[in-house]
Design a protein around this ligand. Structure first.
Ligand code: ZN
Length: 295
């Protein structure tokens, strides 16, 4: 079926002062639309030359040892494990159950040797209008997970989400807020709490370059997610662009990230009803082609 919106051309890289090879990129499996079993996706990502993978709990839970082995055998790094249950609950019992669910997922993250466990922190429980209370529950929930993260050696990466998700998916919406939260919870900077910076959620921020530098300077920069913001955006969740298709100056941001001292993989994360219609190999080829043109 023809796609009504054609693929935009890859823009010429401006001021090409450095380049990142495809092996410096990781593929978040959400980019591939869950079209095939995780074992096949692992092999396809490795075959296309990417350096890492970021799997989701739904693909891993119940089968973690085998998935972990397969990823290692393929020579891939796990740039992150997606993702936490939302912390806030309607009651203390719900909040405790959410922490327990995250504790369990964190153990799987350790078995996967994930570089971080991604925290999408949640926000208002159904019927609530108390975002301050939600933020309290998030702060105390993360604090409760810290001993486990330290024991298991898996850092927790708070991912601030775009403010359009402030009511339901995340009450932490800027890098500044996420870094302040890190410092409040982990004042000793123990190395197990930091941030995941996703360009989709943060590109609009007037303080973006300063906050990227701050995340590096404060030794909190755990993950970097790449994609693009399409104009117009047809769906709040499922209409991300591939790198270079939209409004984000990814070349410039990538340079800022590299200058911040961030050494991890750059993770491709594209939720898209449009892209998900393509075969897995076509998605990976297109991502690879675009990686070569970012900086
Ligand atoms: Zn992300």
């Amino acid at each position: 079926m023809p796609d009504p919106r054609p693929i935009h051309p890859v823009p010429a890289a401006v001021g090409k002062v450095m380049s990142l090879t495809v092996d410096r990129y990781s593929v978040n499996t959400a980019t591939l639309g869950y079209q095939a079993p995780i074992s096949e996706l692992i092999d396809a990502i490795a075959r296309h030359g990417f350096g890492g993978i970021s799997p989701w709990r739904r693909e891993v839970e119940g089968n973690v040892s085998a998935v972990a082995r397969r990823i290692r055998d393929a020579g891939l790094e796990v740039s992150g494990y997606c993702r936490s249950a939302f912390f806030p609950g309607k009651s203390r019992e719900e909040w405790l159950a959410n922490i327990e669910e995250n504790r369990h997922a964190l153990r799987d993250a350790a078995e996967l040797r994930a570089k971080c466990f991604v925290l999408v922190v949640g926000s208002l429980p159904a019927g609530s209008r108390d975002i301050d209370e939600a933020r309290q529950q998030v702060e105390h929930g993360i604090a409760a997970l810290m001993p486990d993260a330290a024991d298991l050696g898996v850092p927790l990466a708070i991912e601030p989400l775009h403010p359009m998700y402030a009511a339901d998916r995340a009450c932490v919406n800027t890098i500044a807020h996420a870094l302040d939260l890190c410092n409040a919870i982990d004042s000793g900077n123990t190395g197990v709490l930091g941030v995941a910076i996703d360009v989709y959620h943060t590109w609009w921020d007037a303080n973006l370059s300063a906050m990227i530098a701050r995340a590096g300077r404060e030794n909190r920069f755990l993950a970097f997610h790449v994609n693009d913001w399409l104009v117009p955006t047809a769906d709040m969740l499922m209409d991300r662009g591939l790198m270079g298709e939209g409004a984000i100056n990814l070349g410039q941001i990538t340079k800022q990230v590299m200058n911040s001292g961030y050494k991890g993989l750059h993770e491709i994360e594209v939720f898209s009803n449009r892209v998900w219609k393509w075969p897995v190999d076509d998605i990976l080829s297109e991502c690879s082609r675009r990686c070569n043109n970012i900086v």
